[in-house]
Ligand binder design. Structure first.
Ligand SMILES: Nc1ncnc2c1ncn2[C@@H]1O[C@H](COP(=O)(O)OP(=O)(O)O[C@H]2O[C@H](CO)[C@@H](O)[C@H](O)[C@H]2O)[C@@H](O)[C@H]1O
Length: 508
């Protein structure tokens, strides 16, 4: 992820999307953007946010001087990249002082690292320990991240670089727009919601630890059912909110998907401050050149797929016969894993096999492991997280199972298409926007096993008609959208927010 292949400067792009500028060049429209995130797949990734944080800033780099701010987790500090100390932020209430380091990656991407060993250098994921228990001080850890972004924006971090715009991502970065507002930052703040279901809630009693002004603790600020919501703070104080597909942008304004924030999001729509920009994938997702694969492949040259399948069969203990259905997912309620557990017997009865890699909620991990025990040779499950194995499984499989209850965008189904594995997915959020039913995959409507099973049966019918199956696979391989198609909408939005903020300043 985010490997050199993703930003190969020699890669040929079609004329209309040739970057007009080079990194580091001066142009009146070129702006300084601070991209604040809790994951960055070059160094640390739990899911799709890590991928987006590595790919989108790089896709925007020809247009803007875009730099990242991430916490200095152990995986970051021990990554081997030199970190130069360039700034310092003071403590505030329970938020401790931190140093700010700077990493210059090989492709020129600049990453600011918020350094505080006690807060961030721990074993585990960005959000919890090895048993997936959230860190009890996450409100401090991520409020500190948001405050540091605000301090960089107001020039209070000792860094000789001040952003024109701050782009915060998901609840861990959501306090950035709030602290910016409270500290009188002039730069506009954009919040991208990658998943509305994770809100970053903490007790109201934490407000003094986080130095939250009293007036912000009410319903018009960040109060949410008697608690404090980081995500609500971000939505309240950001000048604009995006989410990662058009369909999800509409869905979150409804009670079914709005997680209790739908009223507020409707108001954002009315004010022209909520929009959807679909994710893309980076250029490293190329089945012909991906170094993770045992053998590459191109449309209709399926030997490479078979070579990867042979690896997966051995790795997951699968027999060699039958269509292979992949699960490559965080094992959480959102992803409809329970529905896959329900249809697994049907898949096996139809001669299919399931290969799964995932990590997440302990109960779902246990249920998936038990499933593999029940169908030895037909279902193989690996509980864990591994980029290389995940990519080989995309390449090996015939179908990807993705029955998500909701899906802001989803990258797995896009990767699967690129690797000629047809997604079988629910018609929701970004899945509806990135899969063409019966052309590049299969969509079903209801979040239940019957609807899912019917889509699996349609997929199996196609599998038995080799020509049709091959035609769909070829179509799927060409369907995915690379990031370059999202650059223009983000660029336009940045320019619009900057124009508005300078108009606001002139009015004062
Ligand atoms: N066990 C494992 N080992 C290795 N790799 C694994 C893995 N499990 C998952 N992955 C990888 O993690 C990523 C998952 O990304 P998704 O966008 O599909 O979902 P996620 O819910 O994490 O992201 C959220 O943010 C993204 C980004 O905006 C939205 O697309 C999405 O809808 C939203 O839920 C993919 O790169 C996948 O290959």
């Amino acid at each position: 992820m985010g490997t050199a292949a993703a930003i190969n400067p020699n890669a040929k792009l079609p004329a209309d999307i040739q970057p007009p500028l080079h990194m580091g060049s001066h142009h009146p429209q070129r702006k300084r953007v601070l991209f604040v995130t809790s994951e960055f797949s070059d160094l640390i990734k739990c899911g799709g946010l890590g991928d987006v944080s590595a790919a989108l800033p790089r896709a925007l780099a020809p247009q803007h001087d875009i730099r990242l701010l991430i916490p200095g987790y152990r995986q970051v500090v021990e990554s081997g990249w030199p970190i130069r100390i360039v700034g310092h932020v003071r403590g505030l209430a329970a938020l401790p002082p931190c140093r700010i380091g700077r990493m210059d990656l090989a492709d020129g991407l600049i990453v600011y690292v918020l350094l505080n060993p006690v807060l961030y250098e721990r074993d585990g994921t960005p959000y919890g320990d090895a048993q997936s228990q959230d860190w009890p001080d996450n409100h401090i850890r991520f409020a500190r991240l948001g405050l540091a972004a605000a301090e960089i924006a107001t020039g209070d971090a000792g860094i000789q670089w001040r952003p024109d715009l701050v782009h915060a991502n998901d609840w861990p970065a959501s306090m950035a727009p709030a602290y910016m507002a409270w500290r009188g930052a002039t730069a506009p703040a954009l919040l991208t919601i990658h998943n509305l279901a994770y809100q970053g809630l903490c007790d109201m009693a934490c407000s003094s630890e986080l130095a939250i002004p009293e007036e912000a603790c009410g319903i018009d600020g960040m109060e949410f059912h008697g608690r404090l919501s980081f995500l609500k703070a971000g939505i309240s104080y950001a000048h604009h909110v995006t989410t990662v597909s058009r369909t999800y942008a509409q869905e979150i304004t409804t009670p079914a998907f709005g997680c209790g924030l739908e009223g507020m999001l409707q108001a954002k729509v009315a004010a022209g401050q909520l929009s959807g920009i679909v994710n893309g994938i980076d250029e490293s997702w190329n089945p012909e050149t991906d170094p993770h694969l045992l053998q590459g492949f191109a449309p209709r040259q399926w030997e490479g797929k078979r070579a990867n399948a042979a690896y997966v069969e051995q790795w997951l203990g699968l027999e060699a016969e039958g269509p292979l259905f992949a699960v490559i997912s965080r094992l959480v309620q959102q992803k409809g894993i329970d529905l896959t557990l329900e249809v697994a017997e049907h898949i096996v009865a139809q001669g299919g096999r399931i290969g799964a890699i995932g990590r997440g909620e302990p109960a779902l991990e246990a249920a998936m492991a038990q499933l593999a025990q029940r169908y030895p040779g037909r279902i193989g499950v690996h509980i864990g997280f591994n980029e290389t194995d995940a990519r080989r499984l995309y390449a090996a499989s015939d179908f990807l199972l993705m029955p998500s209850r909701f899906e802001p965008c989803g990258l797995s189904q896009i990767y699967a298409q690129r690797f000629a594995s047809l997604p079988i997915a629910r018609r929701t959020g970004g899945l509806a926007d990135t899969i063409e039913d019966g052309v590049s995959g299969f969509l079903f409507d209801e979040p239940d096993a019957a609807s899912y099973r019917a889509a699996i049966d349609r997929a199996l019918q196609v599998y038995r008609h080799r020509e049709l199956f091959d035609a769909m696979r070829c179509h799927a391989m060409h369907a995915p959208l690379y990031w370059r198609q999202s650059v223009r909408p983000y660029d336009r939005l940045y320019q619009r927010l900057l124009a508005r903020s300078s108009a606001r300043r002139e009015q004062r």
